[in-house]
Write a protein that binds this ligand. Sequence first.
Ligand SMILES: *Cc1c(COP(=O)(O)O)cnc(C)c1O
Length: 370
Amino acid sequence: MTSRPPLLLTPGPLTTAPSVRAALDRDWGSRDRDFIAVTARVRTKLCALLPEHDGLTAIPIQGSGSFAVEAMLGTFVPPGGHVLVLVNGAYGRRMAEMAARAGRRVSMLEGPETEAPDVAALVRRLAQDPTIRHVAVVHCETTTGLLTPLADVSDVAARHGCGLLIDAMSSFGALPIPASVRFEALASSANKCLQGVPGLAFVLARTEAVARAGGQAHALVLDLAAQWAGFEANGQWRFTPPTQCVAALDRALADLDAEGGPPARLARYQANLAALTDGLAAHGFHPLVAPALQAPIIVTFPAPDAVWWDFAALYDGLLEEGFAIYPGKTAAAESFRVGCIGAVAPPDFVRFGAAFGRVVAQLSQAAPRA
Ligand SMILES: *Cc1c(COP(=O)(O)O)cnc(C)c1O
């Protein structure tokens, strides 16, 4: 007998709905008219998730979210171009590494993991160095769960004539991107707030910027301008598409509509966040990030300063209770993370809080006394 798989309280792959998993259960010819129609529908629906989508195009790409981010940086920052990356966590740092690997000139504006990027420092840096033509920023830093106010960053970038590149991986589909945010491109993936399955990512970009970016990319398969030209020419993918993942995303986008769109999804995630933080507060655990900056996506909890603390034991105990959590990724202190996203609802987090209490009680009772 196989045991029931755990509920994933992780930031993607995450818990998906039975409807999305059922959509995986058929084969598609990648060149078939039916599959071409699915791809076209998904591209249109992805753009339509933003209120202001005139002049935008959606470019799906095979792979995990990082593939889309690396493709975005290599396609839109031209050879010889200089990009400033705002870094307050691991994903910002990864973008800087990707741009450097692509041979682009990279500067970083680094700040503490528990604070939003320093907009005044951004103004100074862009004023000092006119060679910087792009700014790259992470919307929700999944390292901590911190939300960056995008409008301020966008205003400053626009005032200095810089293109804005956004890693909206863990926010797109739930958290609003204000209409005032003028990005050149934005990367996300199927398996986060859209609640699809992993294997498919995408970039939303200004069509005029894509048309200008031909021939710039550092890698053949990560060339979004060529990927876009392929879709525009015959509706087909350049290389083998993750057909089932595309079909599952198509279904997940229909489910998102049925739920009431991104505002309804955000409301559910906010209720998840409240149930999660209440449940863990009852056992003395509180989020690392200040409430004003905490996104309802993933929460980092600092590890307790206690002899019984052992992430692996906590993880195993929770797994026995039917929940998978996520290890910490913060640079400073030891921590663990719990995701609020996916096909999960507040009652799941109430059960999680109770299970967490039982596991912590077991671990602390079993620990040797100091
Ligand atoms: C998930 C995520 C990524 C991409 O990670 P993959 O493991 O490649 O899917 C990039 N940036 C952020 C902020 C993320 O949350």
